[in-house]
Design a protein around this ligand. Structure first.
Ligand code: NAD
Ligand code: ZN
Length: 347
């Protein structure tokens, strides 16, 4: 990285970043210019960033390029923009893809984490001025979820970062800025799984394993994991999965198998793949009366969900979940503490 900064005045930083130039084409490591943080923004030296399935889905299917992906990250504040009082240079932070302004109707409601000011940014720009903070040889490069962590330095709104204890290992807690938190929160906040219940999870990636751990810690009696990748079973066991089903090994629809081994359908089902067909399967897998399906996946194609109306007539519920219902600034520090106290595991 090179910087032409004078003493206290942040200036443009030139550093390396992985730039996506076209949908589905290899990312290219480029020298990018990262502008100073604008009012209420912070510039962060990214220490760790991980790959979430949502990055891949957007890279394959969206049309905003060139772009820097990455939205699950931890880092250290390098400089702060005008008006920032919450952060100083050197603070350890998690970036978040959905922020918390603390003043809008949703931030004020206990029922929602869908901030109306700093919520999911879909146009590839910053919330405050719809501009970008990156360029390559003078050409603007778009952001992803207003985080863009596949860069050595990035600029985020101060409402889209959460200060964490400097003792917390940044390479571990990075996953709490999206996947693991999304799964745990779906189990605890959205489904509110009760002790002794039966749970089925479709997809055992980071998100599905987060749900499994959440279910285990709530005392679920049976946690069925469904994945087409047989290698997932061993890992899944460590996170609480008690029964593993690979749909490719059955000649009957997997929901029938699930109904059989759960005594008529599960109490809860979770879609953690990003396949709307599996949302239908998840709905069919939970029981009548109180069965609850929580959908977390982000589909690349076929965004509509299909279900026979009788599923709902017979008492089932379908709920969506973004970031596990957590309000990032209010709730993430306590999740980090849970990890530090070994109350949750990451790997
Ligand atoms: P991942 O790719 O790591 O895991 C997905 C798993 O699903 C894999 O193990 C894969 O083998 C399995 N799978 C794929 N197709 C399958 C099928 N037809 N049947 C059974 N298993 C199948 O993904 P991830 O990072 O864990 O994310 C999971 C989903 O959640 C993605 O759609 C992602 O975009 C979304 N996501 C949502 C949130 C949220 O807040 N709602 C947050 C993060 C990720
Ligand atoms: Zn808000």
């Amino acid at each position: 990285m090179s910087s032409s900064s004078s003493i206290d005045q942040p200036n443009v930083i030139t550093c390396k970043a992985m730039v996506a130039w076209e949908a589905g084409k290899d990312l290219v490591m480029e020298e990018v210019e990262v502008s100073p943080p604008q009012p209420l923004e912070i510039r962060v030296k990214v220490i760790c960033t991980s790959l979430c399935r949502t990055d891949i889905t957007a890279w394959e299917s969206q049309a905003i390029f060139p772009r820097i992906f990455g939205h699950e990250a931890s880092g250290i504040v390098e400089s702060v923009g005008e008006g920032v009082t919450e952060f100083v240079k050197g603070d350890h932070v998690l970036t978040v893809f959905t922020g918390e302004c603390k003043t809008c109707k949703h931030c004020e409601s206990k029922k929602s984490n869908m901030c109306q000011v700093l919520g999911l940014e879909r146009r590839g720009v910053m919330h405050s001025d719809q501009g970008t903070r990156f360029s390559v040889k003078g050409k603007p490069v778009y952001h992803y979820c207003a985080v863009s962590s596949f860069s050595e330095y990035t600029v985020v709104h101060s409402g889209c970062a959460v200060k964490v204890s400097p003792q917390a290992p940044l390479e571990k807690i990075c996953l709490l800025s999206c996947g693991v938190a999304a799964g745990l929160g779906a189990a605890w906040n959205v489904a509110d799984i009760s002790e002794g219940s039966i749970v089925v999870i479709f997809g055992l990636g980071t998100v599905g394993l987060g749900v499994a751990q959440g279910a285990k810690l709530r005392g679920a009696s049976q946690i069925i994991g469904v994945d087409i990748n047989p290698e997932k079973y061993e890992k899944a066991k460590c996170f609480g999965v008690t029964d593993f089903l690979n749909p490719n090994e059955y000649n009957e629809p997997i929901q029938q198998v699930i109904k059989r081994i759960s005594g008529g359908g599960t109490d809860y089902s979770f879609e953690c793949i990003g396949n709307t067909g599996m949302v239908t399967t998840a709905l069919q897998s939970c029981c009548d009366g109180w069965g609850l399906t929580v959908t977390l996946g982000v589909p690349k194609t076929n965004p509509e969900i299909a279900s026979h109306y009788s599923a709902f007539l017979s008492g089932k519920t379908l709920k969506g979940s973004l970031f596990g219902g957590w309000k990032p600034k209010s709730d993430l520090p306590s999740l980090v503490n849970k990890y530090m106290n070994r109350n949750i595991q990451q790997a």
